[in-house]
Design a protein around this ligand. Structure first.
Ligand code: G3H
Ligand code: 13P
Ligand code: ZN
Length: 311
């Protein structure tokens, strides 16, 4: 099976009350850890690449790694551009074999977001590629854009029909209180998501797939391990798993996870070096890092997303 778009997987996810995991990939071990877990569980997958990942690993290397995963697993896998900032990067990914792109116009004024998103949709659809748009702004860091909690803003449900109709997007990322990175809530703050906004959006867009960014749980086991083996991460708080399960049972069809991959990998590598200080062969520490990612993704697919057996 070649790379697929998200069209069919979102339709099944919406109807089935589960979500597909969208995992950020930056190198071979990350691709392998994620896809080995999905293969064992027969789960559909979205592998997503940020501008930073393209800069780090190169477009061609990343596409070829994902194509290799398609061959190795036989799974339906979509290759997605995460947070495309402008038309040019979207075009480059569409021309370069991606099956899905995000145009993130959420930092622009509403009408500018509509115009930019529409332009990307026209080009993408003419090339058989699907598009994710965004309304509302998440807090946190993505690439070089740092949005403070004060500047973040929830999605306004009264804008979504107009946005989707005028742009023609295939899915919509909304802001309901999640944020990027490992520090989503302040210490002592109780994590909360605006499920009322999600509910209102889905009433206005029946059957339409919604995307949740900034959805890592910041798994405490990894943060504890990082700090046990020399790390210095302050209190890191993520999105509770039961909230993600609730979102997945509603209109959310795509759940974005990057920070949990970073934490799983870093915890395994820190532990490995603490226990084996004389090692210097990268395979010795990257193999446990890959296993940690596989274990974490297995947990997400079976206990959070509910997409096991749905490929
Ligand atoms: O939303 C941001 C993702 O975690 C990607 O992060 O831009 O550092 O690759 P990055
Ligand atoms: P996290 O930082 O919560 O993993 O979010 C990742 C993300 O939204 C990528 O687009
Ligand atoms: Zn994101």
């Amino acid at each position: 099976m070649p790379l697929v778009t998200t069209k069919e997987m979102f339709k099944k996810a919406y109807e089935g009350g589960y979500a597909v995991g969208a995992f950020n990939v930056n190198n071979m071990e990350i691709v392998q850890g994620i896809t080995e877990a999905a293969k064992e569980l027969n789960a559909p997958l979205i592998l997503q690449v940020s501008a930073g990942a393209r800069k780090y690993a190169n477009h061609t290397y990343l596409t070829k790694l994902v194509e290799a995963a398609v061959i190795e697993t036989g799974l339906p896998i979509a290759l997605h551009l995460d947070h495309g900032a402008d038309f040019e990067i979207c075009k480059s990914c569409i021309d370069g074999g991606f099956t899905s792109v995000m145009i993130d116009g959420s930092h622009h004024a509403y009408e500018d977001n509509v115009a930019l998103t529409k332009k990307v949709v026209e080009y993408a659809h003419a090339h058989g590629v699907v598009v994710e748009g965004e309304l509302g702004q998440l807090a946190g860091i993505e690439d070089d854009v740092n949005v403070s909690a004060e500047d973040a803003s929830y999605t306004q449900p009264e804008q979504v029909e107009d946005f989707v109709t005028r742009t023609g997007v295939d899915s919509l990322a909304i802001a309901i209180g999640t944020s990027h990175g490992a520090y989503k809530f302040k210490p002592g703050q109780k994590p909360q998501l605006r499920f009322d906004i999600l509910e209102e959006v889905s009433k206005r867009l029946p059957g339409f797939p919604i995307v949740l960014h900034g959805a890592s749980s910041v798994i405490p086991e990894f943060v504890e391990k990082i700090n046990k083996y020399g790390g210095q991460m302050p209190d890191a708080i993520g999105i509770p798993e039961e909230m993600l399960r609730q979102a997945a049972s509603m209109a959310v069809c795509k759940i974005n996870i990057d920070s949990d991959l970073r934490l799983a990998m870093t915890a395994a590598i820190r532990e490995h070096f603490a226990l084996n200080p004389s090692h210097f062969d990268p395979r010795q520490y990257l193999a446990p890092a890959r296993e940690a990612i596989k274990g974490m993704v297995t947990h997400k697919i079976t206990k959070v997303l509910g997409c096991d057996g749905k490929a």
